[in-house]
Design a protein around this ligand. Structure first.
Ligand code: NDP
Ligand code: CA
Length: 322
């Protein structure tokens, strides 16, 4: 009697420059906080979600179905507490290379019969990319180490020969921690600056194009969002291109009901370098009706956060236009 997964359209971006895809096929990026199994069952208190819908042996197939429906070239996940026993082996057989970085003190470890710490995972399709460098970062705030992490993977696209740097992170949750999130964002931006300028002459035009996926746990009004949108890296949030004015984030990327009440917010983002990459399409945000009266997670959607997905392609390099 399970309802179907909500159907989501792939919306073509209007400001897309027409170009031949023969030698420049788009790169599909997925960002998703999949909800740690231990937190969903043991900590979150999703009072309108039946416990049955959180059963790992069924929920894992809904997560995999969402991933395999879209077959992203790069997959960025948060709250992964089943990397070694589920995602790594299954995705490896499907042609992905992965890397996992647990949080230093995962709250999953406080839950009885947990499956280990949760953390960030980054997968890329081996047939599309060769790996160049991997950085596993523990984020700092005002020089002090924090409980949040990031993975930064530098790749080389086998089709175009172009370099690409992809990062995944999950910033500190909850209200009252805005300044910590902002400091974590500043630390991540600094690391990204140094990683993307490595191996180049440090002229801004020769830095590696960047994609940063994350559950920032911050609304667009927060400091950390401003830091990312105004950084010297020149990043733009891909999902703003879905809005009618082209500058507004979606109304929500997570929607849940806890004992404290209903919480609907925009916390998840895909940042990219518009000088080097263009967004061709974005996966639409499901409507309130599709999400349903009990919100998320549910029998038909396995996480309290929505997956975000876009197709990006490399812009022509200036010297190639000559
Ligand atoms: P965060 O505040 O970043 O949150 C951790 C998780 O809780 C996130 O995945 C977040 O999900 C989720 N969350 C957010 N809001 C709520 C809510 N209202 N109710 C339930 N869950 C929520 O945690 P930290 O990384 O800073 O870790 C702190 C925790 O780590 C402590 O609570 C403690 O349990 C544990 N810890 C354990 C130690 C030990 O010795 N064992 C030492 C230090 C910490 P989302 O991002 O989706 O919002
Ligand atoms: Ca969570």
């Amino acid at each position: 009697h399970r309802p179907a997964r909500p159907h989501r359209d792939l919306v073509r971006s209007t400001c897309m420059a027409p170009c031949s895809h023969k030698y420049n096929p788009p790169i599909r990026i997925m960002q998703w906080n999949i909800l740690a199994q231990a937190l969903g069952e043991g900590k979150d208190g999703f009072v309108r979600c039946p416990l049955d819908a959180l059963n790992w042996n069924e929920r894992k197939y809904l997560i995999l179905e969402e991933i395999l429906t879209h077959r992203p070239d790069v997959l960025c996940l948060q709250e992964v507490d089943h990397y070694y026993d589920t995602f790594q082996p299954i995705l490896a057989r499907l042609g992905y290379q992965g890397s996992f970085l647990p949080k230093p003190w995962s709250p999953c470890l406080d839950v009885e019969r947990n499956n280990g710490p949760d953390g960030c995972a980054l997968f890329y399709r081996r047939s599309r990319f060769t790996p160049k460098a991997t950085a596993h970062l523990r984020l700092s705030a005002m020089m002090l180490p924090t409980n949040q992490v990031a993975i930064v993977q530098t790749l080389c696209c086998r089709v175009t020969g172009r370099r690409l740097c992809v990062a995944v992170t999950h910033l500190k949750a909850r209200s009252g921690w805005e300044r910590l999130r902002s400091a974590q964002g500043a630390d991540l931006l600094q690391s990204l600056c140094s990683i993307t300028s490595r191996g180049s002459n440090r002229a801004p035009s020769s830095t590696t194009p960047l994609i940063v996926c994350g559950d920032f746990n911050a609304e667009p009004s927060e400091d950390v969002y401003k830091r990312f949108s105004c950084s010297p890296l020149g990043l733009t949030s891909a999902y703003t291109l879905l809005s009618s004015d082209g500058h507004t984030e979606p109304p929500y990327t997570t929607w849940k009901i806890r004992p404290s009440g209903e919480s609907r917010s925009t916390l998840d983002y895909i940042w990219y370098t518009p000088a080097a990459l263009s967004v061709e399409s974005l996966l639409d945000i499901p409507s309130e009706e599709q999400i349903g009266p009990d919100r998320l997670p549910s029998y038909h959607y396995p996480s309290d956060h929505l997956s975000l997905m876009c197709d990006l392609s490399f812009r022509e390099e200036p010297h190639r236009l000559l």
